[in-house]
Ligand binder design. Structure first.
Ligand SMILES: Nc1ncnc2c1ncn2[C@@H]1O[C@H](COP(=O)(O)OP(=O)(O)O)[C@@H](O)[C@H]1O
Ligand SMILES: [Mg+2]
Length: 183
């Protein structure tokens, strides 16, 4: 993967597979400290302690179609090879939180890529799941909460074409402009 946004997509897909109904995606950058953080949290089925201990190892997966699950190991690698660190917290029946931190200016830090496109894709492909997305850059913050959209849309699904256009613009104006092209 050449873009961190694709890692975010992959990790959020784990949350969806885990039956999550609420997914939080947080992007936070502090240029003074040269640090950025990506956090994905869900209320899916979670993992027991044994699974959690093995889960960032590339030879762990519950899939039967493919022996090697690489989502978490690749995300971990993206952080650890860019002067950062990585953590997964999970509780069976409660949910999971994955956090990756980077040195923004590290030569091996992958670019963020199309974060807005990934957020739009996740929301429109999973119209019954709620997403709470934040972008923070040097103290400036933008938020997208699909629960708020749902409340004003009176039953129109989040994947309806007219909603999609609105969402795309909302993501651009409220999340993407926060960090501009700087990550
Ligand atoms: N958010 C999550 N909630 C519950 N289980 C998870 C979550 N993320 C990962 N897992 C477990 O960890 C395993 C490894 O995930 P991953 O590295 O992305 O590989 P893959 O998705 O290909 O199996 C998954 O198969 C799943 O059992
Ligand atoms: Mg996966």
């Amino acid at each position: 993967m050449r873009e961190l946004a694709l890692n975010i997509l992959d990790i959020a897909e784990n949350s969806l597979s885990a039956g999550a109904k609420n997914i939080q995606i947080g992007l936070k950058a502090d240029t003074q400290r040269d640090e950025m953080e990506i956090r994905i949290a869900d209320d899916g089925c979670g993992m027991d302690a044994e699974m959690l201990a093995r889960v960032t190892d590339p030879f762990t997966t519950t899939r039967t179609t493919r022996k090697v699950g690489m989502g978490l190991p690749l995300f971990r690698f993206s952080a650890e090879s860019a002067g950062g660190d990585f953590s997964v917290k999970s509780e069976k029946g409660k949910g999971t939180e994955v956090c990756a931190r980077y040195k923004i200016g590290h030569i091996d830090r992958m670019p963020l890529g199309d974060f807005g496109g990934v957020v739009l894709q996740l929301i429109t492909m999973n119209p019954d799941v709620d997403f709470f997305v934040t972008a923070e850059f040097d103290g400036e913050k933008g938020v997208l909460d699909t629960k708020e959209f749902r409340a004003v849309m009176d039953g129109i699904p989040l994947n309806a074409p007219q909603v999609r256009v609105f969402l795309r613009d909302y993501i651009q104006e409220n999340l993407v402009t926060i960090y501009g092209g700087r990550l």
